[in-house]
Design a protein around this ligand. Structure first.
Ligand SMILES: [Zn+2]
Length: 278
């Protein structure tokens, strides 16, 4: 597999699986960078002092939550992450050391101010910061105009999967294609979003499924959030989870791990889509 360096300090979750269901955007709001660095001033500047408003702390078995609201208002976030913990860490056969810090900002404006800047876009509601090992989300009670309450639950799990993926790789994203990193987070965040499935089906019907090279080249442009989860699904169904884990650890060894050429792998994925996303 092609080697891609993903050096961004922060890998951002845009849209869970390529957009939300319902009347909202049916396509990825482009062009938007998948990766935003700490230094990037595209959306304004991050203000780390905003964290001070998170006065409350609630440790659960595997997480430490920091927030500004009434504890009862966030109970779904606490439970969705604790529930996901067992499932995700079992898949990776990895128990991350210590508890993961989760910062829940009281509304999307405050979240933006702390993370990517006050001019961030409405779909930007969660991220995992590998430098500080912190998962940050906006409160599901004030998710902004793009996402709904339940979307934030999936974002929380999605970002947690990113954190486990990174731990599994010894803290490095070097050589990890964005479509694999995102595909894994999307696959393990839960059942596939209806909107994403619809977009994949439409692309299959129109013969417009992107190649892996295109997803490497411009993840957002080619609808990476809709397609990448299906690549991981294809790997799990055809080769099994053990092979997927080997591949996550060593993406450059894909041809050896799956015993196929890169081209054959891409063709087999397309065939899988043709058979399963009609
Ligand atoms: Zn992501």
């Amino acid at each position: 597999m092609k080697k891609i360096n993903v050096n961004a300090a922060i890998l951002l979750t845009a849209l869970l699986t390529g957009g939300s269901p319902g009347a909202r955007a049916q396509s990825v709001p482009a062009p938007v960078p998948e990766k935003v660095s700490h230094e990037g001033a595209k959306y304004g500047h991050a203000d780390s002092t905003v964290v001070e408003i998170l006065k409350s702390t609630y440790p659960t078995e595997h997480f430490v939550f920091h927030f500004a609201e009434d504890k009862a208002a966030l109970k779904d976030v606490f439970s969705v992450l604790e529930k996901a913990y067992g499932r995700v860490t079992k898949a990776f056969r990895l128990r991350p050391a210590g508890r993961l810090n989760v910062e829940i900002y009281p509304d999307i404006r405050t979240y933006h101010k702390r993370t990517f800047g006050e001019n961030s876009q409405e779909w930007m509601v969660g991220n995992f910061d590998p430098d500080e090992t912190v998962l940050r989300i906006t409160s599901p009670n004030h998710p902004g105009t793009y996402h709904k309450y339940k979307d934030i639950m999936r974002v929380a799990v999605h970002e947690f999967v990113h954190s486990v993926t990174l731990s599994y790789r010894g803290g490095s994203r070097a050589g990890l294609p964005v479509w694999l990193d995102e595909g894994v987070a999307i696959y393990y965040q839960g059942p596939m979003d209806d909107g994403a499935a619809k977009r994949v089906k439409e692309a299959v019907a129109a013969g417009k499924v992107p190649t892996l090279a295109e997803l490497d080249d411009n993840f957002m442009k080619y609808g990476g959030y809709a397609f990448s989860g299906t690549i991981v699904e294809f790997i799990v169904k055809n080769y099994g989870e053990t092979k997927l884990m080997e591949f996550i650890k060593e993406p450059a060894a894909g041809e050896r791990i799956f015993s196929v050429s890169e081209k054959e792998f891409g063709d087999a994925w397309r065939k899988y889509l043709n058979g399963n996303y009609k």
